[in-house]
Design a protein around this ligand. Sequence first.
Ligand SMILES: Cc1ncc(COP(=O)(O)O)c(C=O)c1O
Length: 399
Amino acid sequence: MALSLFTTKTKKAIIERAQDDYATKLRLKYKPYYHAMDAQAGTHIRLQGRDMIMLSSNDYLGLSFHPKVIEACGGAAKIWGTSTTGARISNGSRAYHVALEEKLAAFLGREACHVSVAGYVACCSAVATFAQKGDTVLADKNIHSCLWDGIRLSMAAVERFSHNNPEDLRQVLKSVPHNTPKLLVVEGVYSMEGHICRLPEIAQIGEDAGCFTVLDDAHGFGVLGRQGRGTVDHFKLNDKVDILCGSLSKSLASTGGFIAGSRDLIEYLRTNSKQTLFSAAISPSMAAVASASLDVMQAEPQHLERLWKNTKRYREMLKGLGLDTWGSETPAVPIVLGSKELVYRFWQALLEKGVFTVMSITPAVPPGKDLIRTAVSALHSDEDLEKIAAAMAYAVKQM
Ligand SMILES: Cc1ncc(COP(=O)(O)O)c(C=O)c1O
C-alpha cells in the first residue's frame, strides 16, 4: 500500500512538471509558434485565411517548388515505395542512398559521405561519434543545439570560446593539456546570426593545436562557395576541416542530413554511431529531392545569383530603416531588438501587414539579443520585397 502511494506521487510529480511549465503556458497564451499554414506556393503562404509572404524559411535557393525537384519527389515513391522501414545497416540500404552519397561526396570534394534522416541527427552524430570521454571539445559558444547534444552524448569535456573569436580560441586552448585529443566544433554560417565563420584564422589555430575539426554547414551549403559548395569551399580550406556535416532541409529543399569526410572516418561512423545504426534510412522521396536539387544547383546558377541579389537588397532595406542585423553577411538575417516584448510587438506588426517571421528569444539567443529571425530566398520576387519593405517600415513605427 505504502509503495503504491509513493509511486503514484512520483508519477504525479512528472505530470505536474509538464502541466506547470511556464514556457509552455506562455507559448499557449501568446501563440507565437506552431502556426499551421493552410496552403503554400513558393514564398506565399495562407495563414488563418490571409495571404502572406514567408520571410523565415530556409529554402534559400527556392528549390522546394522547382518542377524538376517536385517530379523527382513523386517519381521516387512510385519506384521505391514510401519508406525503407529500416536502418541502413540492416534492411534499409538502397542503391539511391549510395548514389546520393557519392554525388554529395564528389560535390564537396570528399572521399565519402553518409546521409541521415535529419540534419539534427547527422550533425549530432558528427560530434558524438568522433569525440569520446577523455577528449576535449573546443566549441564556439553559439553553435546549434544538435552540436551541443553531440558533445553531451560523447562524454568529452567541453571548453567554450567566444563566438567567432580566434583570439579567445587561442586563449582557451592554453588551458587544455597538449596531449589531450581535441575536437574543434564550429558552424560555417551561424544560423541565427548569419555570420560566416572566421575559418582561415580559426582552422589554423585548431590545426596548430592538433585539433580534429568538425564544421556544420547547414546554412552555408547552397549559399556560399562555387555553385553553393559551402563555407569551406568559399575559403578554399577543404584540407583544414576533417568532417563536414549539414542538412538537406535548407538549400536542398528536402529533409535529412549528411556527414562527409575521408573514407576511413565515414566507415568508422557507420560502425560506431548509435544515431546511424539505430535509426531508419532517409525515405526514397527525400533522397530523390536532395539529389535533384543538387543537380539543379549545378545546372542553373540563376538561383544562387538571385539569392545574393535579394540578400543585398533586403539588407540595404533594413539598414535604411536603422535596424540592427547583428552584422549578418548572409541570407539568414536577424533583426535584433533586445527584449522579448519588443520582439513580440515587431513580429505582430509584420504579421498584421502580411509578412511571416519567427521570434527567437533568450535562452535560444544570448541575453539582450532577442531577435526576429528572417531569411531571404531566391524565390522572393521584387514585388515581395516591396511588400516586405512597407511592412518593415510599419513595424519600425510601432516600436
Ligand atoms: C546549424 C544547424 N545545424 C543543424 C540543423 C538541423 O537540421 P535539420 O533541421 O535538417 O534537422 C539546423 C537546423 O536548423 C541548423 O541550423
